[in-house]
Design a protein around this ligand. Structure first.
Ligand SMILES: [Zn+2]
Ligand SMILES: [Zn+2]
Length: 194
């Protein structure tokens, strides 16, 4: 099991994942419209999205992530009032990760925030494949796609187990009564993707 250092592009916001392995977390590449819109919103698509428009994400228990520096530079956007909380830094627009609201048991940490380019596959395991590949441009080759039944079952089971184990708290992004640490910016209209 590895400890993973977290760091925004400019180094103001830092933190860590306390323990990580392919068994603990779920690493996927998400091509959904909203993940792509988030990259566009941050004006970081070249840095976030891969050649298919996918975002490399590692889903872990909420309480495994701590922020040690620069908490005041954390910001949040929601693509709609029902959308995920998409956390990023305001110092340099580095994406941090995606969560449900207060009490949610997971965060999908986005690759840019992990300071482990050299050791990522060893730390997190290899990606389990592309999800929401119907939104990918160009199309993702079949062998790279994750089996949606398998991956959904894994993620739902993990998220429920983490909830039962109490891994929703403490959270770096929500206080003890489930309020976000900063007011999310809600985009009422869908952010144009392209
Ligand atoms: Zn920064
Ligand atoms: Zn997505």
């Amino acid at each position: 099991m590895a400890e993973v250092n977290l760091r925004c592009a400019c180094g103001t916001v830092q933190g860590k994942i306390s323990s990580s392995s392919s068994k603990i977390g779920t690493r996927i590449i998400c091509c959904c419209n909203d993940c792509q819109a988030f990259a566009y919103f941050l004006r970081q698509k070249e840095n976030i999205l891969d050649q298919y428009g996918g975002t490399d994400i590692f889903q872990i228990p909420m309480s495994f992530l701590t922020i040690t520096e620069g908490k005041s530079q954390i910001a949040c956007v929601r693509l709609s009032s029902k959308g995920l909380y998409r956390w990023h830094t305001s110092c340099c627009n580095t994406p941090i990760g995606n969560t449900f609201g207060g009490g949610g048991s997971f965060i999908g940490v986005i690759h840019n925030f992990m300071d482990n380019t050299e050791t990522r596959d060893a730390d997190l395991g290899k990606s389990r494949g592309y999800v929401f590949s119907q939104f990918a441009t160009p199309p993702v080759p079949q062998p790279l796609k994750a089996s949606s039944i398998k991956i959904n079952f894994r993620m739902v089971t993990k998220i429920l187990t983490w909830k039962l184990k109490g891994f929703s708290k403490p959270s770096a992004f929500f206080n003890n009564i489930g309020e976000p640490i900063c007011e999310p910016q809600v985009l009422e209209k869908k952010h144009p993707k392209i």
